[in-house]
Design a protein around this ligand. Structure first.
Ligand code: NAP
Length: 243
């Protein structure tokens, strides 16, 4: 088996996911670029390799059972185990999406990708993660999923636009992260949620104020937690994010 750390990042063809993969490449890891589009995946792998990363393409649509099963098989055949999984792929469903006017189909799409997709990928990869000496799972969440930040008044403002699908999907993801940590207690697997901050990417029409590289930092930190580190928690660069 390879001595290199083996990682998989979902939605790694662009934005924050790409920079997470680049950061892992710089650490000398072997990184699977999970992406659903053949061309975008190939271009990202090529760019990462040109920068010196040991990157390989993993065809992956997180909403598709067969695709996820095939991705796990690809990693099994290539490495025989997985050390780090970053569940980064997500969609917003488009804005505006106020609860009073939202199309239920939007909620289904967003939850299918941002929550069920994470569960689908995580469970498919768990047998491979269990073979790692120090398995880590990072779920890319968002501060908009924090009910504390959504409901705060006074001098502070609630974060993000009113949202029936995207923000609640991240609240759901946070809750699921905590339940995984409970289920996996007693194993070496650490699973945490990370918030990248407000990052300029396609997701928000490049309105964010941070760079994708800055957004990737929290994922890299949670991917490199020492054994016995925190699990079932929600972090941003500055520390713990309130649920
Ligand atoms: P992005 O640039 O839009 O990238 C999203 C990635 O997810 C793309 O690679 C996209 O692939 C992929 N994806 C979407 N649906 C997929 C599916 N069904 N299967 C596989 N891949 C899929 O967004 P980003 O800003 O980098 O976001 C990365 C993560 O950070 C997300 O979890 C997001 O919620 C979170 N986040 C972002 C911000 C921010 O300010 N940007 C803030 C808080 C949290 P395609 O290219 O094929 O569409």
């Amino acid at each position: 088996m390879s001595e290199r750390t083996i990682a998989l990042v979902t939605g790694a063809n662009k934005g924050i996911g790409y920079e997470i993969a680049a950061g892992m490449g710089a650490l000398g890891w072997s990184v699977g670029v999970g992406a659903r589009d053949t061309q975008r995946r190939g271009a990202a792998v090529e760019r990462l390799r040109a920068a010196g990363a040991d990157a390989f393409g993993v065809p992956l649509d997180v909403t598709d059972d067969a695709s996820v099963t095939a991705a796990a098989q690809l990693i099994e055949d290539r490495a025989g185990r997985l050390d780090v999984l970053v569940n980064n792929a997500a969609v917003t469903g488009g804005m505006p999406q106020e609860p009073t006017r939202v199309d239920p189909a939007t909620i289904r799409t967003v939850v299918e990708t941002n929550v069920i997709g994470v569960i689908r990928v995580t469970n498919a990869m768990l047998p491979l993660l269990r073979r790692s000496a120090s398995p880590r799972i990072v779920n890319m969440s968002s501060g908009v999923g924090s009910l504390t930040r959504q409901s705060r008044g006074g001098g502070e403002q609630a974060v993000g636009p009113v949202s029936a699908a995207y923000a609640p999907s991240k609240t759901f993801l946070n809750a699921v992260t905590l339940q995984y940590a409970r289920d996996l207690s007693g194993t070496d697997i650490l699973i945490n949620a990370g918030c990248p901050g407000y990052v300029a990417t396609d997701l928000n029409g490049f309105s964010g104020v941070r760079t994708p590289e800055q957004g990737a930092a929290i994922a890299l930190r949670l991917a490199t937690l020492p054994d016995g580190g925190p699990t079932g928690q929600f972090f941003e660069d500055a520390g713990v994010v309130p649920w």
